[in-house]
Design a protein around this ligand. Structure first.
Ligand SMILES: Nc1ncnc2c1ncn2[C@@H]1O[C@H](COP(=O)(O)OP(=O)(O)OP(=O)(O)O)[C@@H](O)[C@H]1O
Length: 625
């Protein structure tokens, strides 16, 4: 047998271990949940691989997680008969390759208070195994991969290095032994361990076994040396397979926590058993709070696929659309073949049907909440609204339903809460109003103060205030709602009454020398200069041509590192403003005034000006003139 080899932990893992050992003080018990969850994954994998290679599983063997303690040596051992790891896999999986979540986790813990939020991050970031160093000062992993004869022993005190060597192990699977710190011996107590298992791992669909009590003699006293038998301490069954009316709220909640690591109760629980041509069970949860990684569109989705109670795969992307990536749950099919692959799922008609029914259930539930429990729905919208908006673009079949779920901030309200539905907006529209008006921009403050709103405010016309990046795509995808189209207040022409048109024509004549000259000196920056009917207080504003992308979309595209087709805006001037009235095309400083006017118009809609230093110079020059 070869000599043990010593390896250094990868830097990020070292940092993580340092945090585990020195900074995390609360809820240390979750290390057990992490190990049980890894064991359960490993057993699922063995069962799955045995579907194509029957030699990997022997019918008599009961797949289980076993927990034993040794009080004299202060050790706790968690064993499973899962898939196991080869020598190379051990090196890779524990110690060498940091998961993508590791760095983020280290940063998140460093930035947070030392309270329980620290620890609740562990599961979410997928850095589970290393949590053992919160309670142990030495850990050994003995593992043998299914289908092989050789085993591997990994050992470490968590301080920078680990050793690895070839070893003997009579059975397939993994045993992890924790040498508990002196102050952590509570994890040798059966009642404590059972309590943790009930709290966190009750619904793992595998038996978790511990030694039962000593047998009793004829007088009912425990026989000290009597042989103790292993007993299953969790319910060990698939919760979703049980009849709905036999499942308590607490059971649903603890199952949800096992799936999501979210300590809060879910907003809604949807449990359905579908029978008939296609049989399946779905248990879906809508969380109350957004997970930290919701914005990562490549991230795992929360649906686990089972076939006849056999776990097939996690993050089954074909079961939930992207915009519902926050939904967690299980779908268990009676009909799919056990060897179903991702490729097969992609084109499978039954899967499509399961997916569309699941989406319908979730959207119906949200519609119900929006109608009957507005406060609860508002809480949901505040957490997940931005993601739901993606649905309008992504899911044409359900566009109407999703549209009715949308909520926006509006000039009708005095704060930035997104709580106005399109239906409400339409019900408040003025008699002669032909469009749903909106403005997009970087922040609530920027759009609320935008000069583009001046005339709308004066006329009492409501404008939706859109500041989420996705809104730009949303407004383009929405189309007509109750025969009303959406119109940006910062694009194209605004409709005018006959009277207004005539008044503007007259002014146009009067100011033609000014507009022509402005057009000439600003030709590098603007497409056109024209009189406005949008402004009441400001001298000028920039608008985009009807079919141009607009300043906000260009800004967002640039921020995303994409090439934004840049288009020149139209400068609109307010003939009633003193500054415009004073403009004299024959004045020597006309070009300076024109530049200041243009830059101001950009600034007031929250955009950046191209040459700020020049702007300051020009303003100062004009101030002292
Ligand atoms: N009991 C085990 N049997 C087989 N492989 C294991 C076992 N425990 C851990 N591993 C391997 O080590 C890897 C790292 O485990 P770790 O708990 O750090 O992260 P993870 O399980 O991938 O993420 P998460 O904690 O989010 O589930 C696992 O992905 C798995 O490949």
């Amino acid at each position: 047998m070869s000599k043990p080899q010593t390896h250094a932990f990868q830097t990020e893992i070292s940092q993580l271990l340092d945090l585990m050992i020195n900074s995390l003080y609360s809820q240390k018990e979750i290390f057990l949940r992490e190990l049980i969850s890894n064991s359960s994954d490993a057993i699922d994998k063995r069962r799955f691989e045995a579907l194509t290679d029957a030699s990997l599983l022997n019918d008599e063997e009961e797949l289980a997680v076993t927990i034993t303690t040794d009080a004299d040596n202060k050790t706790l051992t968690i064993s499973d008969n899962g898939i196991g790891m080869s020598y190379d896999e051990v090196i890779e999986n524990i110690g060498t390759i940091a998961r993508s979540g590791t760095k983020k986790f280290v940063e998140a813990v460093k930035n947070s208070n030392k309270d329980q939020t620290d620890v609740s991050l562990i599961g979410q970031f997928g850095v589970g195994f290393y949590s053992v160093f919160m309670v142990a000062d030495r850990v050994s992993v003995l593992t043998r991969k299914a289908g092989t004869d050789s085993a591997t022993l990994w050992e470490s005190d968590g301080k920078g290095e680990f050793t690895i060597s070839e070893a003997d192990k009579p059975t397939i699977g993994t045993s992890i032994t924790l040498h508990l710190r002196d102050e952590e011996t509570e994890y040798l107590e059966d009642y404590r361990l059972k309590h943790i298992i009930h709290t966190y791992s009750e619904h793992i669909s595998l038996p978790i076994k511990m030694l039962g009590a000593a047998p009793l003699d004829d007088e009912g006293k425990p026989i000290e040396d009597g042989e103790r038998e292993f007993e299953t301490v969790n319910s060990g069954t698939a919760l979703w397979a049980r009849p709905k009316n036999e499942i308590t709220e607490e059971e649903y909640q603890s199952f949800y926590q096992g799936l999501s690591y979210d300590m809060q109760a879910p907003l809604s629980t949807l449990h359905h058993k579908v029978e008939g041509n296609m049989e399946y069970t779905s248990l879906l949860f809508i969380p109350s709070k957004a997970p930290f990684d919701m914005w990562n569109r490549d991230n795992k989705k929360g649906i686990k696929l089972y076939v006849r109670r056999v776990f097939i795969m996690d993050d089954a992307e074909h079961l939930m659309p992207n915009y519902l990536r926050f939904v967690k749950g299980v779908i268990d099919s009676q009909d799919l073949p056990l060897n179903v692959s991702r490729e097969i799922l992609q084109g499978d008609r039954d899967i499509q049907k399961i997916k569309s029914s699941s989406v319908k259930r979730i959207l119906d539930e949200l519609t119900k909440l929006a109608k009957n429990e507005t406060e609860k729905y508002q809480g949901f919208w505040n957490e997940f609204g931005q993601v739901i908006k993606e649905g309008v673009v992504e899911d044409h079949a359900n566009k109407d339903k999703i549209t009715s779920l949308l909520r926006f901030a509006s000039t009708h309200n005095s704060d930035d809460e997104q709580n106005v539905s399109l239906e409400q907006y339409i019900s408040r529209m003025q008699d002669d109003q032909d469009a749903i008006y909106y403005i997009t921009g970087e922040s609530y403050k920027a759009v609320k103060g935008s000069p583009h709103l001046e005339m709308f405010t004066k006329k009492g016309v409501e404008v939706l205030l859109l500041t989420d990046p996705v809104d730009e795509w949303l407004v383009n995808s929405l189309g007509e709602i109750q025969e009303k189209s959406l119109k940006s207040v910062a694009k194209g022409d605004l409709s005018m009454s006959e009277e207004e048109k005539q008044a503007q024509e007259a002014k146009k004549e009067e100011l033609s020398s000014v507009t022509d000259k402005l057009q000439e000196v600003l030709s590098e920056w603007v497409k056109e200069v024209r009189l406005t009917n949008r402004l009441t207080e400001s001298p000028a504003c920039l608008v985009a041509d009807e079919n141009d992308p607009g300043a906000n979309l260009e800004r967002i595209m640039k921020a995303m590192g994409q090439d934004a087709p840049s288009s020149k805006p139209i400068l609109e001037i307010n003939p009633e403003h003193a500054l415009i009235k004073q403009l004299d095309a024959s004045n020597d400083s006309f070009a300076d005034w024109a530049q200041v006017l243009f830059d101001q118009a950009a600034l007031s809609e929250g955009a950046q000006i191209k040459d700020p230093a020049n702007y300051v110079k020009l303003v100062n020059k004009l101030l002292v003139a």
